[in-house]
Design a protein around this ligand. Structure first.
Ligand code: GRG
Length: 315
């Protein structure tokens, strides 16, 4: 249930919970050499909306409510997974910003990690975040602790979403669509190609965030299916809005370089459909997500509000 707490308060509270847990779970000296631990912390603590972990916690709450779990217990049981996903997301940003990929100097309002720590250390910090994430996924958190079977399923879902069948695959399609030194570009992406690339690159981890929250909170197969459908719609809406913000946002407001996609001639939703149609498509994704949630009796949960946040966000 959403209760009376306004969405903004809920988001702020969950962001604070996630950041406290991340601080506690990130490795530090003396076990981890300070140089790489500091680099990992730099990118995690640079901020960000924490959309994925919040989505994971909200999915756990909504499913947990159907299993008699309090909202706080459901969040606790999903917290390690939520933080693991944020670590994987942050690694993807660190690697995406490298000169060999998107070559950017600003992320989350701060100089990118390779700018402050060098390319080699940025690669290692990304590797460290990815690896730590899977260690974290094995941990039980909360008094209601997810069973080993559920934790194993969560690991499989996250691995598929982050690997070559998900985020890495999508990034490869994105990279291949543009010419790069010594390698000709692959075929340009049309609307279907763009949708698939984004479904893998951005959508898969967003979807997994919601699915893993449902798994950790004890969801059955039908509920997990509905959450997956809603997560896929959320993921596409997120990406369409990201493309719109790249056109309409400012570098200061976004905390990353605005207008890069257009400058690079990248295929984007506004480039293919125009801004107004892109906005309509994003809104339709949220309507579709709400229908999927309604089918599973989860439409009164926080998830619907998070859908609206995804389309209304300004950064
Ligand atoms: C897997 C090697 C490898 C690389 C990274 C997904 C990816 C692949 C890179 C991300 C590239 C990118 C900027 C995509 C656009 C959508 C996106 C993921 C935006 C950033 O996510 P937000 O807005 O960021 O949730 P914050 O900083 O708020 O967490």
């Amino acid at each position: 249930m959403t209760g009376a707490e306004p969405l903004e308060h809920y988001l702020d509270a969950r962001r604070a919970d996630v950041e406290t847990a991340l601080r506690a779970w990130l490795p530090g000296p003396p076990q981890a050499p300070a140089v790489v631990a500091t680099a990992m912390r730099y990118s995690i603590e640079a901020g960000g909306k924490r959309l994925r972990p919040i989505l994971c916690l909200a999915a756990a709450e909504s499913v947990g409510a159907t299993k008699g779990l309090s909202a706080a217990d459901a969040r606790e049981v999903a917290m390690s997974a939520a933080c693991a996903i944020e670590m994987i997301h942050t690694y993807s940003l660190v690697h995406d910003d490298l000169p060999a990929m998107d070559d950017d100097i600003l992320r989350r309002g701060k100089p990118t990690l390779h700018v402050v720590a060098g390319e080699g250390m940025a690669i290692l910090a990304g590797d460290g975040l990815l690896t730590e994430a899977f260690g974290l996924l094995t941990r039980t958190t909360g008094t209601a602790g997810a069973s080993p079977d559920r934790r194993l399923r969560a690991i499989a879902v996250v691995a598929t979403a982050a690997g070559a069948c998900g985020m890495v695959g999508g990034q490869a399609l994105d990279l291949d669509a543009m010419p790069r030194p010594g390698v000709p570009a692959g075929a340009p992406l049309d609307a279907d190609g763009l949708r698939r690339m984004h479904a893998l690159k951005t959508g898969a981890l967003i979807t997994a965030s919601a699915v893993v929250g449902a798994i950790m909170a004890g969801g059955d197969a039908a509920t997990e299916h509905a959450i997956r459908q809603a997560g896929e719609h959320f993921g596409l809406a997120f990406q369409i809005v990201d493309d719109i913000l790249d056109v309409e946002g400012t570098t200061a407001g976004l905390g990353k370089t605005a207008g890069k996609d257009a400058a690079a001639g990248k295929p984007t939703y506004p480039a293919i459909f125009g801004i107004e149609e892109s906005r309509r498509l994003a809104r339709r994704c949220i309507t579709d997500a709400e229908a999927a949630l309604e089918g599973a009796g989860l439409h009164h949960s926080r998830l619907a509000g998070i859908g609206r946040w995804i389309v209304e966000r300004v950064n």
